[in-house]
Every structure is written in C-alpha cells, then in structure tokens.
Design a protein around this ligand. Sequence first.
Ligand code: ADP
Ligand code: UDP
Length: 252
Amino acid sequence: MPAVHSRHAKYKRILLKLSGEALMGEENFGIDPKVLNRLALEIGQLVGIGVQVGIVIGGGNLFRGATLSAAGLDRVTGDHMGMLATVMNSLALRDALERSNIATRIMSAIPMSGVVDHYDRRNAIRYLSQGDVVIFSAGTGNPFFTTDSAACLRGIEIDADVVLKATKVDGVYTADPMKDPSAKRYLRLSYDEVLEKQLGVMDLTAICLTRDHKMPVRVFNMNRPGALVNLLVGGDEGTLICDEVTGDQYAE
Ligand SMILES: Nc1ncnc2c1ncn2[C@@H]1O[C@H](COP(=O)(O)OP(=O)(O)O)[C@@H](O)[C@H]1O
Ligand SMILES: O=c1ccn([C@@H]2O[C@H](COP(=O)(O)OP(=O)(O)O)[C@@H](O)[C@H]2O)c(=O)[nH]1
C-alpha cells in the first residue's frame, strides 16, 4: 500500500497521549462508550486528512500503581496492574475505532500473545506509513514510569512530528488551574522552564526525554470538541513546549 501523506495538516505523524481518566466521561471509574465514540470520530477526522496517528493511552481510570501502593499493595505489582489497565483501555479504543472503519493495531510493551501484538518499532512505523492507527499499550513495560513518559518515548522512537498531550485543562498554566483560578495559561514555553518551575502538567522524566531529543509537546484540552482537528490544521490550541520560544508567552 502506498505511504499516506498529509496535504492539509500541519503535522504528518503525531503521537497522541490520552489519559485513562479521559475515558471515564462523567463517571468515576471505567470506560464510557460515549467518550470512546467521540474519540473515534475525532481520530477518524485526522486519519481522513492523511495524518498518521500513534496513540498512547493511560490507565488511571482503572488502576494506578502509586494509589494501589498507598492502599498497601506492593508498588511493582500495582504498576503491573496499571500497565495491564492501559491494555484494557487500548482494546476498548480499538473496538470503537474499528466500528468506525478505522484500521487499528495495538502493540504492547509486555508480550501478550493472542491478545495484542508485541511492540516492534519497525512494524509500528510500517503500519503508520500505510495509514493504520497504532495504539502503544502497557506503557514502557517497566514499573515506576508513567504513560506520559511512554508517550514521549514512543513519539521519539517513531519519529513523530509532535507529542499531543490531551488533558482536561486548557494547557500549561503558571500554577495548577484546578487549585489556583488566577493562574495564567502559557501559549508556549521551553522545556527548561517547565523543569525549573516544576509545572506539574507532565512528569519530569517525560519532559527531560523530550528536551534531550527536541521533541515538541503540545498540551491541549480534549474535552473541547474539535480541538484536536483544529490544532492539526494550524490552530493555536493549548500550550506548546519546545526548544525555542518566540512571540507572546501568555494567553490573553
Ligand atoms: N502548571 C500546571 N498547568 C496545567 N495543569 C497542571 C499544572 N500543575 C498541575 N496540573 C494538573 O495536571 C493535570 C493534567 O495532567 P493529566 O496527566 O491529564 O492528569 P492526571 O495526572 O490526573 O492523569 C490537570 O488536571 C491539572 O490539574
Ligand atoms: O511505563 C509505565 C506506564 C504506566 N505504568 C503504570 O500504569 C499506571 C497507569 O498509567 P498512568 O498513571 O500514566 O495513566 P494516566 O494518568 O495517563 O491515566 C501508572 O499509574 C503506573 O502504575 C507503569 O508502571 N509503567
């Protein structure tokens, strides 16, 4: 099959990070099928304009190692449960994408023969080049990491143009906007500023990795309908974290 090239989009290949919590919708736990269907619609629009889409999905709607550990479980066991949760979310997302006729592959950092493919970088790039969506599941495969780090790692490995971190706030703020309503949103900022100011929107391991490999990261609000497509066609959604910062630093 010929390689798919985007004629209309700002990026040819993206790595989209979806938090597990994004799948909960209005619920407190689990997966809301309505959210899956909306995500499939938005991802389908990207595929429709020729964007190659890699996805890393979190597991925080089901299990997080740190929370389980605080409740008394062994931390590594908890992290294994968290990584398996990302596989369940990936299966649910693939189901929704395939119901929308979007060819989708799941690869897992932890071998799971008969359920999903094992992660293989060269195969992943081949699938992406032929226009399939590839979901990278089970995080990095190692405890003590997060799916944000997995997203940055896979983004760098597949040579994505950008890591898009979908979240529930409008971008990166001077302080956590959930706690400080007077916090201002950055339009753009450097990796070093995120590290120096310890802006908590992404873990520091992930930021260090993107800084070292000059991988741009855009943090945006996935709950805003159309935000994903808008930023793919050049809209200034959310906050761009990159090497060189020019122009206005804060949103109005
Ligand atoms: N400086 C900051 N700018 C933006 N969000 C921040 C900041 N500090 C902390 N946060 C929090 O980070 C969260 C976004 O991270 P995300 O990975 O989507 O959520 P979680 O860590 O709960 O899975 C937001 O809900 C927000 O409250
Ligand atoms: O490389 C990884 C990625 C994830 N996790 C575990 O999987 C859980 C779910 O991932 P995460 O918290 O990043 O999900 P999100 O916040 O994006 O929903 C984490 O809490 C960890 O316990 C892990 O151990 N290693």
